[in-house]
Ligand binder design. Structure first.
Ligand code: DAK
Length: 259
């Protein structure tokens, strides 16, 4: 499969997707969204791939949806054609763990893509923002919802109302990123982290995504009930037997893809 707006490779059992529109700071065009969805479909279907890393360049993860492409659109076009929705949701629907490795700008749709990943590793150069208001619009792909749930109303409101960017330290303090990593080793560290996840039981890793994400969808008591039922169901898996036997026998577990 060849792509024009992304680069795709596999490193051992990790799928790596690099957003690649350097002349436009990785602005997200419809073509890019389509290619990203295709690459995710391929990685999801590939049994060898246990986790995915999504990254951009040193200067920009992605500076938002492509303003030059959007500029001429009018409301009926965006509504009737369901503007860049098809494909966009693919990232949130990815069932394998996906890490965003962010250096430079993650703005507007770029921040929203990072927010759809399972967690964000940030270089010290990372800048997060929802600056849509500066171009006369507002977040349209989950920014007002996911960002608010993560950093709280006050910070989210300020960012969305003023377009102010958060640097990496503030983002880590606010729970938006899991860790700050030196820019030079960002991708290697993200791939190493993804490789570690890929060595875990595949169904266990996928179930972790499912139960943690449930925290954003339901009440605490329902979430805890769901988690408990899923935990009980883990005892149906060969990987549960292997993992616990390996611990007792003081050896490394050998998870066989979990099926
Ligand atoms: N779109 C198109 N081109 C962009 C771009 C963007 N978002 N961001 C940067 N570029 C281009 C610039 O036009 C410039 O191109 P040339 O002039 O060289 O041809 C090149 O990238 C380098 O940018 P700058 O010269 O501006 O670089 P600076 O370092 O001076 O500034 C900057 C970097 C990131 C601060 C600045 O470029 C900037 O403010 N960019 C725009 C950021 C922004 O407003 N982003 C939000 C866009 S709205 C939805 C899904 C998604 C969305 C909505 C709905 N659905 C699923 C319904 C998302 C909406 C958005 O993201």
């Amino acid at each position: 499969m060849s792509y024009r707006t992304i680069l795709v490779e596999t490193r051992e059992n990790v799928g790596l997707i690099i957003l690649n529109r350097p002349d436009a700071l990785n602005a997200i065009s419809q073509e890019l969204v389509g290619e990203l969805a295709k690459a995710l479909n391929i990685f999801e279907a590939d049994d060898e791939v246990g986790a995915i890393v999504l990254t951009g360049s040193e200067k920009a993860f992605a500076a938002g949806a492509d303003i030059k492409e959007m500029q001429g659109k009018r409301w009926p076009d965006t509504f009737v054609d369901d503007f860049i929705t098809d494909g966009w949701e693919r990232i949130a629907q990815c069932r394998k763990p996906i890490i965003a490795a962010v250096a430079g700008f993650a703005l507007g749709g770029g921040c929203e893509i990072a927010l759809m990943c399972d967690f964000i590793l940030a270089a010290e150069t990372a800048r997060f923002g929802q600056p849509e208001i500066k171009i006369g619009v507002w977040p349209g792909a989950g920014g007002s919802q996911r960002l608010t749930r993560i950093v709280g109303k006050s910070k989210s409101m300020e960012m969305c109302l003023t377009g102010r960017m958060m640097d990496a330290e503030e983002a880590e303090r606010s729970g938006l990123v899991s860790r700050i990593v030196p820019a030079a080793s960002l991708v290697d560290e993200a791939v190493k982290t993804a490789q570690l996840i890929a060595t875990m039981s595949r169904p266990a890793a996928m179930m972790v995504k499912d139960v943690v994400n449930r925290a954003y969808e339901t009440t605490l008591s329902e979430g805890v009930r769901y988690e408990r039922r899923m935990f009980q169901a883990s005892f149906a898996m060969p990987d549960q037997r292997e993992g616990m036997a390996a611990f007792v026998e003081k050896r490394k577990p050998n998870f066989g893809g979990g099926k």
